[in-house]
Design a protein around this ligand. Structure first.
Ligand SMILES: *Cc1c(COP(=O)(O)O)cnc(C)c1O
Length: 407
């Protein structure tokens, strides 16, 4: 079965991947999401939409991004070969722009004048503000006051790109409150606005739409790897926060004889509150309008989470990942903060590529896997560049000089 056959079957017409997904929203918000579903289902088949998105990817984003063979890193470990899909070279330095440009183009086709979103660490906000500037749309990003203080450079970037950053000052003043605030604004403004979610999460059609827009990663990488080596990789690997870069990487390989690994952040350890490994330690539940696997506290509320990578600290995961996990098609594994930092230093020193701390989780697991596999090849998605993380790493871990390079 071609993976396109799978794509036609999942999600079903109600937005479900097996028992996960759907639309779990207050009734007054349902029509707004139905409008988006209808528009997307029409537009994604339009030749004009597809060719315009293709042109944007090539001329504005710099796609296709290359696949790169990490010969020095692989050699330090053994004989298994590690390859990177270089999403760090996508415009703005990460994969997030792939779906933001798609969502922006959809907004323009729907005749909307404004895009509304929330952001945690500010990465999604910056990518969306970039798309809004490109399309000439207004952009309203809701952000908790705590996050605004922590992520000053991203707030500056958003403002520079012309976005309006709306500070959220109630509750914990963080991501959850920002989501509520953005939903509220969308409810008031949905006639002339569109809501843009930052990963393969949220109510249908976002998990599907974001996956489809991110699938350029896996489609390009599969073709590029085949062209470089003549065969498919033995394993494919990506980090999983909400699950967008991994879903885009994995989907085109679903029906290939390739092992697939989704790497979740194990943070400081296995205790609740120390990590954000939602599939590994979570249970079924509903959060932010969709049903999936999530981390809950003893009262059944979303549990506090931690990861050194702010893009990975989300207490749930896209419903399609929950489905792939249940089907046994994708192996969900973990990497700790320390393992991610080790990979961050090694890729920087051995290859001249400073990866995002999020991506470093995937690289850390690939290094472990390479040691076990001994032969063959692993294709890893390097979801973003680490410029945003160098100050934090230097302050807490130094420069890698006295780093114990174990290999
Ligand atoms: C946001 C982010 C992630 C995590 O998001 P997913 O939806 O799980 O892909 C990973 N890497 C980078 C560089 C990010 O900015």
């Amino acid at each position: 079965m071609d993976y396109r056959t799978y794509l036609r079957q999942y999600p079903d017409s109600n937005g479900y991947y097996g028992e996960f997904g759907g639309v779990h929203l207050p009734p007054e918000l349902v029509p707004a999401f139905e409008e988006i579903t209808e528009a997307y289902n029409t537009i994604c088949h339009s030749a004009q939409f597809i060719s315009e998105l293709r042109r944007i990817r090539k001329q504005f984003q710099g796609r296709p991004t290359p696949v790169y063979h990490c010969e020095r890193l692989s050699g330090k470990i053994g004989t298994c070969q590690i390859y990177l899909k270089r999403e760090d070279l996508n415009h703005t330095g990460a994969h997030k722009l792939n779906h933001c440009m798609g969502e922006g183009l959809l907004a323009r086709y729907m005749g909307k004048k404004r895009i509304i979103a929330e952001t945690g660490a500010g990465q999604h906000g910056v990518a969306l503000a970039t798309a809004a500037a490109f399309f000439g749309l207004e952009c309203e990003v809701h952000m908790g006051e705590v996050d605004i203080a922590k992520q000053a450079p991203n707030v500056t970037r958003m403002k520079m790109l012309g976005a309006k950053v709306v500070p959220v000052s109630h509750g914990l003043k963080s991501l959850k409150e920002a989501v509520d605030s953005a939903f509220e604004s969308y409810l008031k403004n949905y006639r002339d606005s569109i809501y843009c979610i930052g990963s393969v999460v949220g109510p249908h059609p976002f998990p599907q739409m974001v996956r489809d827009f991110q699938m350029c990663i896996g489609e390009e990488a599969r073709e590029q790897f085949l062209e470089m080596t003549g065969i498919l990789p033995d394993a494919v690997c990506a980090c999983v926060g909400g699950g967008s870069n991994s879903a885009g990487m994995f989907a085109p390989f679903l029906n290939d004889p390739v092992k697939i690994y989704g790497v979740e952040p194990l943070g400081k350890g296995t205790q609740l509150g120390q990590h954000a490994a939602s599939i590994t330690y979570g249970e079924k539940g509903v959060l932010h309008g969709f049903e999936s696997i999530m981390l809950k506290d003893k009262d059944g509320e979303p549990a506090p989470v931690h990861s050194i990578a702010s893009g990975l600290d989300y207490p749930s995961v896209g419903p399609e990942h929950a489905f792939w996990h249940q089907q046994g098609r994708v192996n969900y594994v973990t990497a700790t903060d320390d393992e991610a930092v080790d990979a961050f230093f090694k890729l920087s020193r051995y290859e001249g590529i400073i990866p995002a701390l999020e991506s470093s989780h995937a690289i850390a697991y690939a290094m472990k896997l390479a040691r076990e596999m001994k032969t063959g090849a692993i294709l890893v998605n390097c979801s973003g560049r680490g410029d945003k993380d160098v100050d934090y790493v230097a302050e807490h871990y130094g420069y890698g000089d006295d780093h114990t390079f174990k290999d």
